[in-house]
Design a protein around this ligand. Structure first.
Ligand code: PLP
Length: 389
């Protein structure tokens, strides 16, 4: 079946006694009550083996399992675990697959809270890390005997450089015990699937497009068969748990992923193309634009795009970012993205890079293009830009 059909049908409940609700019911439970100890043992064994059965609510209920099945299908993986946020999904991956003495290579464009997690928590607990440029031509030279993970994002946060996961995976698979982990939030498994390119784990902040309405925090990690047991065990050991209400909301949002993604992308391309022509804009960082150095890679590896990109303001209007974003009326000012609404966020990228030097570049503003009429968004941007000197 094609992707759109799978988005509609994956993770739906089974018929019971001839009928079923269209959406999985919200099953709330802490205690699961068993008829016999044998039934309890069987559930515990199944749950430990990673089957979609629950001996206790913390491991999930049918609502959780439905969302897991949906994301596994979307990402083309073996199994998925759900976390209470994208960041919890990420930190659980580090805690589950690394131990003191191990080393991780992290792309310099990493989602900035991950940089803090490394500096202020994992580093203090004996995990070594180095950042690498998203344009690094020779990752091999950075790999040490203790390197156990290459942690990457494609495209990178804010500056939007693509990573060739296939090349990284090929390299990693020449080493014993070296995993490639990809934060796949921009594509949500919809328009890019890292596991198909050889990554061992794919992480999605479902907070963004998967739930799609700016009212849920949720994360997922999808594994291939060799990495799934550790993922499953880690979530159970750490006691991570997600409300079934949030799983149901995410699954409800995700049913229209294939309608929303192209709608965002079409509007974003129109707005990004217009912005590129403005004198106050030095560059638009968006792999979908033919002017992007990553355009041909995007074309060959992605089947769609998110409506998230970044503009670099021209040097002449340096220091006027606050004025620009506060003069926007249709764009909210806020973190996160992937909802139906447009957002603008000034980004201090120089403070969040340790390999590539962005200090000489223009101010950056990340835009999320929502589902408004793109001409209204362009008019709003035009008015705000016209106030800059
Ligand atoms: C938002 C985001 C996350 C974290 O998701 P939360 O659910 O907000 O914790 C992780 N990675 C990327 C690339 C993100 O944009």
């Amino acid at each position: 079946m094609k992707r759109d059909t799978r988005i509609v049908h994956a993770g739906r409940p089974k018929y019971r006694a001839g009928s079923r609700p269209v959406n999985p019911p919200v099953v709330r439970a802490s205690t699961v009550d068993f008829e016999s100890l044998d039934a309890m043992d069987a559930a515990e064994r199944g749950s430990r083996a990673g089957e979609p059965v629950s001996a206790y609510g913390i491991h999930g209920t049918d609502t959780t399992f439905a969302l897991e099945a949906f994301i596994t299908e979307l990402e083309g993986g073996f199994g998925t675990k759900i976390f209470s946020s994208g960041l919890e999904a990420i930190s659980s991956v580090f805690l589950g697959y690394l131990k003191p003495g191990d080393h991780v290579l992290v792309v310099d464009t990493v989602y900035s809270p991950v940089r803090r997690l490394l500096h202020r928590f994992l580093g203090e607990r004996g995990i070594g890390f180095d950042f690498y440029s998203p344009r690094e031509p020779d990752i091999q030279r950075l790999i040490r005997d203790s390197t156990r993970m290459i942690y990457t994002e494609t495209p990178g946060s804010v500056t939007m450089e693509l990573q060739d996961i296939g090349t990284l995976a090929q390299l990693a698979r020449q080493h014993d015990d070296l995993l490639v982990v990809c934060d796949n939030t921009w594509a949500s498994g919809f328009c890019y699937r890292p596991l198909e390119h050889g990554a061992h784990l794919s992480i999605v902040a479902g907070t963004k497009y998967l739930s799609g309405h700016s009212d849920v925090l949720i994360g997922s990690v999808t594994a291939e068969s060799s990495t799934f047991p550790t993922l499953h065990r880690t979530r159970a050991l750490l006691g991570c748990s997600v409300s079934p209400d949030d799983c149901a909301l995410t699954l409800r949002g995700a049913r229209t992923l294939h309608v929303r993604y192209p709608a965002h992308a079409e509007r974003a391309l129109k707005v990004a193309g217009w912005l590129e022509s403005r004198p106050a804009i030095a560059r638009v960082l968006y792999p979908v634009l033919p002017s992007s150095p990553d355009h041909s890679q995007w074309q060959s590896q992605f089947d769609g795009a998110a409506g998230l990109f970044t503009v670099e303001l021209a040097g002449e209007v340096r220091g006027q970012t606050k004025k620009f974003v506060e003069n926007l009326t249709l764009f909210g000012l806020g973190a996160s993205w992937g909802g139906f609404e447009s957002l603008a966020l000034p980004c201090d990228v120089a403070a969040n890079r340790s390999v590539d030097d962005w200090s000489e570049r223009g101010d950056l503003v990340r835009l999320h293009i929502g589902l408004e009429d793109p001409q209204d968004l362009i008019d709003d941007l035009d008015t705000a830009l016209s106030t800059l000197r």
